[in-house]
Design a protein around this ligand. Structure first.
Ligand code: ZN
Length: 96
């Protein structure tokens, strides 16, 4: 595929767009996201508007924290919830 310099194909809408239309992302080639800004926005909105996925994500996080209690950064939890137990309780109410 012949891509002019300074341009990139969006992996979602398949449109050739200037690099300015892509968010910076050092993980990807050319230091740019593989989706254009428009598609990234749509993708984000879609993901957040799906409560099932949002819940699944929360569950995954809770599971990971339960398995890796040592790796959890407690300082912000203490600040926000007072104790790890209180934080867990908060998570449970979110998940139930
Ligand atoms: Zn796009």
């Amino acid at each position: 595929m012949n891509v002019p310099e300074g341009y990139k194909y969006c992996s979602d809408c398949r449109e050739l767009k200037p690099l300015d239309e892509f968010h910076n992302d050092s993980k990807h080639s050319q230091g740019k996201d593989r989706r254009c800004k428009d598609c990234a926005k749509l993708h984000f909105q879609k993901r957040m508007s799906d409560p099932e996925k949002h819940k699944a994500n929360l569950e995954k996080q809770a599971e990971w924290r339960a398995k890796n209690p040592d790796k959890t950064s407690h300082s912000w939890i203490m600040k926000k919830y007072g104790s790890y137990a209180a934080y867990k309780q908060y998570l449970n109410t979110k998940l139930s």
